[in-house]
Design a protein around this ligand. Structure first.
Ligand SMILES: [Zn+2]
Length: 447
């Protein structure tokens, strides 16, 4: 389609070029005849008398110049612009932005040549090779904030056993990404798996390169709770001078302090690991604010600090959404009444009401509910109906086989925790789908 619109102006110039070529060919033939005669005359005398050897210099240009006009060298600025264009288009291609890459090439007809034509063809071929993902198995992995400093996390204090069970270290997470990519996984937006027709969830067709498997990733409790301070984790998400989301560790913006910046860096280097820029879902509670900003305890801060925290929360959320992240509700309280499923209608109304009032205005509305403690409820439970009324239509619990259902008005997906608990106690739950966790287990974990 883009080729078609582009072919119109190109066609007439190509016809013009053909006429010019015919004319040049005639001139060339005439010249050959003239030069042929001249050369025959030159060859008559003895070898040493040939003008080439005896009389180089002024004679030569008049003989050789008209034979074949030197191709006019391209303006280096044009060559450079094309190199850059090709590089940008190839980067888009690696991230499966095929249409966008074609549009980019279309936007620069002056730079078109064999190289751009070849890339155009490659893009068309890749697009034609995409197949609908037809398998019944879907994949959803989840994490908590990553352990940056294992000495602090595994220092034998009260929290250490919990960190060993429920957390993943930076080195483990970094080692998992290439293994997942090698195993054929590609990150997708969970919204790519479902569409709602008259309020009913139906499987959405997702086109992927043959052999690729769609992977959803989520991170729970991206709140940087107070209890984790000084235990070797980042303390908040923040923006660098380029507006990129980084994790603050010991007061310093870092590239490797948590899932968000590490995955951002990995996808920038390996765009083929992410379907059109998809990253994952960040699940937030509210009782200690969001992203490390205590926006639900504003009374503890002066007015200016409070306003700055609210603005920063909004800015971080916006930058995350613009870079392939979704934000989910993980309840406001994360209270035990969720865990033991005794939460009453009154309690769930209070809990979700607080999230909608105190968190959503700053991180944005969401249709994704990631249940605290990974709990699930029966589909006809009144509390599920309440959540659906509140605008949630995607419900993610915890289940290592990652069942995925389009169930009435809900899209429901189980998730597997790639943490110490699963890696150490149930490694086969990971190896049957992803990789052998013993190869990446951090030796700094308690034995
Ligand atoms: Zn949680």
């Amino acid at each position: 389609m883009y080729r078609g619109t582009y072919a119109q102006p190109g066609g007439s110039s190509r016809r013009r070029r053909r006429r010019t070529n015919l004319f040049l060919a005639l001139v060339f033939l005439l010249e050959l005849a003239v030069i042929g005669g001249f050369a025959a005359w030159l060859l008559l005398p003895e070898e040493p008398n040939r003008p080439e050897s005896s009389q180089p210099g002024p004679e030569q240009p008049s003989v050789s110049a008209p034979v074949e006009p030197e191709p006019v060298p391209e303006d280096p600025a044009v060559t450079q612009a094309r190199t850059q264009l090709l590089e940008e288009a190839r980067q888009l291609m690696r991230g499966y932005y095929y249409e966008e890459a074609l549009q980019l090439l279309d936007g620069a007809p002056d730079l078109a040549n064999d190289e751009t034509d070849a890339l155009r063809q490659e893009l068309a071929d890749l697009q034609a090779q995409l197949v609908p993902y037809a398998d019944g198995q879907f994949y959803h992995i989840f994490f908590h904030s990553l352990i940056v400093d294992t000495d602090k996390a595994f220092d034998g204090d009260y929290d250490a056993p919990g960190y060993d069970l429920y957390m993943t270290t930076v080195s483990e997470f970094e080692a998992m990404l290439p293994k997942l990519q090698e195993a054929g996984f590609v990150l997708v937006d969970i919204h790519d798996l479902v569409e709602f027709q008259d309020g009913v969830a139906v499987r959405k067709e997702i086109l992927l390169p043959p052999g690729k498997k769609p992977l959803v990733l989520s991170v729970d409790d991206v709140n940087y709770y107070q209890y984790m301070a000084d235990d070797g984790f980042a303390s908040r998400l923040d923006l660098d001078e380029n507006g990129q989301v980084k994790a603050v560790v010991d007061g310093v913006l870092t590239d490797n302090g948590d899932v968000v910046p590490i995955l951002g860096r990995y996808v920038a280097e390996h765009p083929e690991f992410s379907w059109r820029g998809a990253k994952g879902i960040l699940a937030l509670t509210g009782y200690e604010g969001a992203f490390g900003y205590r926006i639900t305890d504003l009374e503890d801060y002066d007015e200016a600090t409070g306003q700055a925290m609210l603005q920063k929360t909004q800015a971080v959320a916006q930058a995350l959404r613009e870079t392939g992240w979704q934000i989910a509700c993980h309840s406001y309280t994360h209270n035990q009444y969720w865990n033991n499923r005794t939460i009453t209608m009154e309690q769930i109304q209070y809990d979700i009401g607080r999230w909608k009032r105190d968190i959503a205005p700053y991180v944005g509305e969401t249709d994704i509910f990631i249940s605290p403690f990974g709990v699930s409820f029966a589909r006809d439970d009144a509390r599920m109906a309440f959540l659906r009324e509140q605008g949630f239509s995607i419900y993610c619990h915890v289940d290592s086989t990652m069942p995925t259902k389009w169930d009435g008005s809900w899209f429901i997906q189980g998730r597997i925790n790639l943490d110490g608990l699963t890696m150490k106690r149930y490694p086969e739950r990971i190896s049957q789908y992803f990789f052998d966790p013993s190869e990446i287990l951090d030796p700094a974990r308690p034995q």
